[in-house]
Design a protein. Structure first.
Length: 250
């Protein structure tokens, strides 16, 4: 039992360090890993959502502290976060409802292909111009993914933010902030539709996630913008391909 507790805390810690430093992978990897470990999805998904929200709060504070983004009031960076989060809230209920009505195979194929395509665009030498409509669209798409599976938000918003014309550090920081709102809304929706959750399980993940959320942004602050963009793109491609390979059982 003690071993299992440590495993859950360490997994959440590592995944949140990666997530808050590169803007993805907490739910995208941790959710299927826990399900593969034998936990039921109905237990895993809400725990992922709440623990990532808790880790994201620490991550957002740290991103601001290390000057990866400026969230002191209604700044441009805060508005970018809201441009993704507010439209995303509108589709959270749709995503939670769809989670029990769309075959899991098709959901994973869709997210895998989407993440690979956006990550390849992120890696391309093209420099994108900033446009608000891009961030509205990214928020809607990513929030639907998050509510549907517990993952798929970060890879879309982190790469999508760069495609939308943001610097890598700002894209990662605004993703971390937006995920707090989307994860909390999705968690509340799950409680409404499916009832109670195992709070011991949730708290173990939260403990690891909040520590990781403090560490990750410091790592981001020390990495060059160009290198960070490449890391985000490569990690996105890897996560998309990994998801597709998992679907076909390779």
């Amino acid at each position: 039992m003690t071993e299992l507790i440590l495993i859950l805390i360490i997994m959440a810690l590592i995944m949140e360090i990666v997530d808050s430093s590169l803007g993805m992978m907490y739910g995208t990897l941790l959710s299927p890993i826990l399900v593969g470990y034998g936990f039921k999805p109905i237990l895993v998904v809400p725990a992922i959502l709440l623990s990532q929200a808790v880790g994201g709060i620490g991550g957002t504070i740290s991103h601001h502290r290390f000057e990866n983004a400026d969230f002191n009031g209604l700044t441009r960076d805060t508005k970018i976060m809201l441009a993704m989060a507010i439209p995303g809230l509108l589709v959270v209920l749709l995503g939670v409802f769809a989670a029990v009505n769309i075959p899991k195979l098709w959901v994973e194929i869709y997210i895998g292909i989407l993440v690979v395509v956006m990550s390849v665009l992120c890696l391309s030498p093209i420099r994108y111009r900033f446009a608000w409509w891009k961030h509205y669209a990214i928020g809607i798409l990513a929030a639907f993914n998050k509510a549907l599976t517990g993952g798929g938000f970060g890879p879309v918003t982190s790469t999508g933010g760069i495609i939308g014309g943001l610097e890598s550090k700002i894209s990662i920081a605004t993703t971390t902030y937006a995920e707090v709102i989307i994860c909390l809304a999705s968690f509340i929706a799950y409680i409404f539709f499916y009832g109670s959750v195992n709070m011991v399980f949730v708290c173990l993940l939260c403990f690891g996630a909040i520590i990781g959320g403090v560490i990750g942004p410091y790592i981001s602050s020390k990495i060059n913008h160009r290198v960070l963009r490449i890391l985000v793109g490569v990690l996105g491609v890897m996560s998309g391909i990994w998801l597709l390979l998992k679907v076909i059982n390779i």
